[in-house]
Design a protein around this ligand. Structure first.
Ligand SMILES: Cc1cc2nc3c(=O)[nH]c(=O)nc-3n(C[C@H](O)[C@H](O)[C@H](O)COP(=O)(O)OP(=O)(O)OC[C@H]3O[C@@H](n4cnc5c(N)ncnc54)[C@H](O)[C@@H]3O)c2cc1C
Length: 407
């Protein structure tokens, strides 16, 4: 379908093309150290309860927003001005402690990157400055029930009404649904005839009349996410809430949404895999068979399996960091690494959490081990768009110099 062919390399992340380097005033290490402190003090102690009670992680999000809410917001708006490398590293730290909270923060970071990318003066003052001050939570409302994982094919209609825009449609899986102060919503102007992919992003205030939230989130994992559906019945918003230019926002998908989303999710799921690995390592060090006195840690097969899991996590970590660094610098190999990072982490977290449960044996399976949560949380990695199969195909297309979308 040619209408989604976006030039030789779809989207703006072209191999060989250098993007502007991200200016970093704050050292990523400072942000990571802050994330580590908050993960230890707030996220980890609440993780089991967030999961058991399926409650949105208010304590964790409030702590993270106040210190890291402006992670990717430009420094001139009061933010930390950091890029994808920081998002990956912070995501791993938060994902280790509480995956639900980490995804909630991840969606805020992706949405704030989307707002930052082409912000007007008005948007800088009224949105980015409050985000940087930790006073504003934003999130992504891209997916729709009618288009599933192909989030770039928005069908939510945007009608022009002078200096107002009118939105009608339905969104699905809106993480932070009902808790955020604003929602980055993808829409199409001109109704059903508009070519899919030529969508516009707008920023919707949480209290706009005409928004109806669906039933509470009851996911198998990521239970604290509140990834709910949202109906928009002629929701009116000022034109100043249009992000960038009308209709050209496939640019957003490939330049901002995809890189930030892929890396934020990759960081989080890497954290889940690393947490499962550490959990089972500690179990193996403790576990002895009472009768023989034999330690599980002394079994060569167990050692071999643990060693393989470690290597898998470590090589995934290196790919994610390389992808983030390349994309921050606009390096030539950035695109395949970026696309592969989430595909790899999805397979790694699935395999490592599964293997960890096996190595923890009946004790891990029967008890209230955190491995249960890691396995359920990690399983969402394949389900969240872009899908693993799609990412593998896009990687091949990028290597073969073909457009990512289209025939
Ligand atoms: C925990 C969680 C949080 C989320 N948060 C957000 C959010 O904050 N904002 C947001 O916009 N969205 C969010 N999503 C939505 C997510 O990104 C996907 O859009 C959604 O999970 C797709 O689900 P679906 O059932 O509609 O998939 P479908 O499109 O129905 O796909 C179902 C399955 O069919 C197969 N499949 C479908 N299409 C293809 C294809 N083209 N090629 C090969 N196989 C295919 C795949 O196996 C896929 O898993 C979230 C989802 C989850 C699970």
């Amino acid at each position: 379908m040619g209408w989604l062919s976006c030039g030789k390399h779809a989207g703006g992340v072209r191999r060989g093309e250098r993007r502007r380097s991200v200016v970093t005033g704050t050292e990523p290490g400072v942000a990571v150290a802050t994330a580590r402190r908050l993960a230890d003090e707030v996220l980890a102690p609440n993780a089991a309860l967030v999961d058991a009670e399926r409650r949105w992680p208010a304590e964790g999000m409030s702590a993270l927003l106040s210190e890291l809410g402006g992670l990717v917001v430009p420094e001139e708006c009061g933010g930390m001005g950091l890029g994808l490398s920081a998002v990956a590293r912070v995501g791993e730290v938060t994902g280790r402690a509480c995956a639900s909270t980490s995804i909630c923060l991840g969606m805020h970071l992706v949405a704030s990157a989307v707002i930052s990318a082409r912000a007007t003066d008005h948007q800088r003052r009224h949105l980015l400055e409050p985000i940087a001050a930790g006073e504003h939570l934003t999130t992504l409302a891209l997916s729709e029930p009618g288009t599933g994982g192909e989030f770039w094919l928005a069908r939510t209609a945007m009608e022009n009404k002078g200096d107002r825009l009118l939105l009608t449609g339905e969104k699905s899986f809106v993480t932070n649904g009902g808790h955020a102060d604003s929602y980055v919503v993808s829409t199409v102007a001109g109704g059903a005839d508009t070519l899919p992919g030529r969508f516009s992003c707008v920023l919707l205030d949480a209290d706009a009349p005409g928004m109806t939230w669906g039933a509470p989130w009851t996911g198998m994992g990521m239970r604290g996410n509140d990834s709910r559906s949202l109906r928009l019945d002629g929701v009116s918003l000022p034109r100043t809430r249009l992000l960038g230019e009308e209709g050209d926002q496939i640019w957003y998908v490939f330049n901002v949404v995809a890189p930030y989303f892929l890396i934020a999710m990759a960081g989080t799921y890497l954290g889940v895999a690393a947490a499962a690995l550490e959990e089972v390592r500690r179990h193996l060090l403790r576990r002895r068979h009472a009768l023989s006195g034999d330690a599980l840690a002394a079994q060569p097969m167990v050692q071999h399996r643990l060693g393989s899991m470690w290597a898998r996590v470590e090589r995934t970590r290196r790919l994610i960091h390389q992808a983030a660094e390349e994309a921050d610098a606009g390096g030539p190999e950035g695109l395949p690494a970026l696309l592969s990072a989430k595909a790899e982490v999805a397979e790694t977290v699935e395999s490592v959490t599964n293997e960890a449960l096996t190595l923890a044996g009946g004790i891990g399976y029967a008890g209230d081990s955190p491995l249960h949560r890691h396995l359920r949380d990690g399983r969402a990695a394949h389900v969240m768009a872009p899908l693993t199969d799609t990412l593998r195909m896009w990687t091949g297309r990028a290597l073969l110099e073909q457009p990512l979308l289209g025939e």
